[in-house]
Design a protein around this ligand. Structure first.
Ligand SMILES: NC(=O)c1ccc[n+]([C@@H]2O[C@H](COP(=O)([O-])OP(=O)(O)OC[C@H]3O[C@@H](n4cnc5c(N)ncnc54)[C@H](O)[C@@H]3O)[C@@H](O)[C@H]2O)c1
Length: 143
């Protein structure tokens, strides 16, 4: 099984990749990550030499790159962790959150969301630009 993980150098993505490789010996994981301030390949130091793991530095919004990756790899599944995810930064500068979390979602079939999207407080989207961007990304667009 071939899996594309986006944002796999971040907190959750790197743990997902480690879990996937340990528990699914027939999986190959390609990690596409832009390596923003939040991405750190040291999160994956223990698996970087695995023959079942590949890293590509790139942006999920780079359609040419993404198309080429799909042509070459025929992925069975995509798990998207790539996002702007730091609430404090969203309050200081919301623009990258709109760009990364909403404008680029068209490329992807899976979305990782938390309380800002699914749970807890009904007015979560009002609490920060981060929460608003995640809620917007999870809301279907009108046809
Ligand atoms: N950490 C949490 O507690 C938590 C809780 C609920 C939901 N989430 C959601 O889970 C997802 C992953 O969270 P995380 O904590 O691992 O985030 P993180 O900030 O640690 O990692 C995000 C990763 O995405 C990469 N990235 C950002 N923009 C990119 C782009 N345009 N193209 C390619 N890569 C890009 C970054 O380099 C980084 O490696 C996010 O959608 C976040 O909102 C996180």
């Amino acid at each position: 099984m071939k899996i594309l993980v986006t944002g796999g150098a971040g907190f959750i993505g790197s743990n997902f990749i480690r879990y996937a490789l340990r528990n699914h010996p027939d999986w190959h994981v390609t990690n596409l990550d832009k390596l923003t301030y939040a991405g750190n390949l040291e999160n994956l130091w223990d698996i970087e030499g695995s023959p079942r793991y590949s890293f590509i530095k790139g942006d999920i919004a780079d359609r040419e790159l993404v198309d080429a990756l799909f042509r070459e790899n025929h992925f069975d599944s995509v798990v998207n962790f790539a996002a702007e995810s730091h609430v404090d930064r969203s309050i200081l500068d919301p623009a990258p959150f709109i760009d990364a979390n909403i404008n680029r979602r068209g490329l992807w079939v899976a979305l990782v969301g938390g309380p800002a999207v699914y749970g807890g407080e009904p007015a979560a989207a009002e609490h920060s630009p981060y929460a608003a961007s995640k809620a917007a990304a999870a809301t279907p667009s009108p046809a």
